[in-house]
Design a protein. Structure first.
Length: 148
């Protein structure tokens, strides 16, 4: 978790079944989409006359287009959609991934054991000024210029 386990306390009893269904959704879906991607690549570039919708005519050019543009681009779009669906099923997963962004501000167990309540690098954390401290006097005004 991202340091906020209390956010998902009500979801904890169903975590195992939701994780199972997320796995059952993603693995077969990715497998079928990968087979479909391979069929499209083979169909476009593996025939006697390469199938091309643009100006590429040789088998190498059509394979490059079908594999790198259509195949990888389609895979990227499909994986983003699958990620959004899995984040709907397992919001804890999203929270854990986003929690990686604030790791530099959080203290791990080793840092807490070594440094305790001190700031980064063993230097004591700066204290905020007290609100009831005496006000700092204003600087003296500059001297008046002398008339000549």
């Amino acid at each position: 978790m991202s340091g906020k386990p209390q956010r998902f306390e009500r979801l904890r009893p169903t975590y195992g079944s939701r994780r199972f269904w997320a796995l059952m959704l993603t693995v077969p879906l990715i497998y079928v989409l990968n087979l479909f991607r391979n069929v499209i690549i083979i169909w476009m570039s593996g025939q006697e006359e390469a199938v091309s919708f643009l100006w590429w005519k040789t088998h190498d050019e059509v394979f490059w287009f079908s594999h790198n543009i259509i195949g990888k681009g389609g895979s990227l779009v499909a994986l983003i959609i699958i990620a959004f669906i899995v984040f709907q099923i397992l919001p804890e997963l999203y929270d854990s991934i986003i929690g990686l962004l604030d790791l530099k501000e959080r203290r791990g167990p080793l840092e807490q054991a070594v440094f305790g309540g001190r700031g980064r690098g063993g230097v004591p954390a700066p204290k905020a000024p007290a609100l009831d401290a005496a006000p700092v006097p204003a600087p003296a005004p500059p001297p008046e210029p002398r008339p000549e």
